[in-house]
Design a protein around this ligand. Structure first.
Ligand SMILES: [Zn+2]
Length: 73
């Protein structure tokens, strides 16, 4: 496997870029935390302390937001 050490934008941990399915983040959780930061205006949670349930809620919000963008007319 190719190797490229990068820093996760969320947790600042170094990881192998090619080993992550969630790049540029090291993990799904970090990706969701990042999404949570821009969703935070309408959904206020302390984004650094997401429970599994909140992660699911965020995923749903992201999905809804994406759907809204698709129906932009
Ligand atoms: Zn991370």
């Amino acid at each position: 496997m190719k190797k490229l050490e990068v820093t996760c934008p969320t947790c600042k941990k170094k990881f192998n870029y090619y080993a992550s399915d969630f790049r540029p983040f090291c993990s799904e959780r970090c990706r969701l935390i990042d999404l949570g930061q821009w969703l935070n205006e309408s959904y206020s949670v302390p984004v650094e302390k997401l429970s599994d349930e909140e992660v699911q809620t965020l995923e749903q919000l992201v999905h809804e937001k994406n759907t809204e963008e698709e129906n932009d007319d």
